[in-house]
Design a protein. Structure first.
Length: 178
């Protein structure tokens, strides 16, 4: 895994072979963050990374100046990997929560500036996720929500939909909560 830009930019970490996550490609991450930088500044903001996987998205948020990043990941191997990167970097901004994303959303009581979700593309509850996030206390006026998905999904009819971006086989739907 490579952190692309910011204070941790160009740092590389060997991902364990037994990780089951499908990491967002470097190409897609770099382009997504270029788009996000034109929407909102990261400095001093908060971010939530749901289905965090390797934590690559979390580390991009932290590296670019977010003061707090919460990474929620249920798989033990992935959560341990994110923690190991945190230790190697001596980072204090990323908080790892090993737990179920749906439970986290349903019990959420605080708002974030950015919410990113990259569920497994074949997750049986995939279609529910954007609406669950958009109707939760995780978001408030101005929150930027990003859903990573396959080309087979279309979330353009949901409230706050702003844009759809495609980078290779990776699709992002971006929402700005009003």
């Amino acid at each position: 895994m490579r952190i692309i830009r910011g204070k941790y930019g160009r740092r590389r970490f060997d991902v364990p072979k037994n990780i089951t996550a499908r990491p967002t490609t470097d190409f897609a991450r770099e382009n997504l963050f270029n788009v996000l930088e034109n929407i909102e500044d990261f400095e001093g903001k908060t971010a939530l990374d749901l289905f965090a996987g390797t934590g690559a998205i979390s580390w991009e948020f932290a590296s670019r100046g977010c003061k707090e990043v919460v990474a929620v990941e249920q798989a033990s191997v992935q959560a341990a990997f994110i923690r190991s990167v945190k230790e190697k970097l001596g980072d204090t901004s990323v908080k790892v929560i090993k737990g179920d994303v749906f439970k986290y959303i349903s019990t959420a009581s605080r708002r974030f500036d950015f919410v990113f979700a990259d569920p497994p593309y074949d997750h049986p509850r995939f279609e529910e996720i954007p609406e669950l996030i958009l109707s939760s206390p995780l978001v408030g006026k101005g929150t930027v929500v990003i859903i990573e998905h396959s080309k087979n999904r279309d979330f353009s009819t949901l409230p706050g939909f702003s844009q759809h971006r495609v980078y290779g086989s990776v699709n992002f739907s971006i929402f700005i909560v009003e």
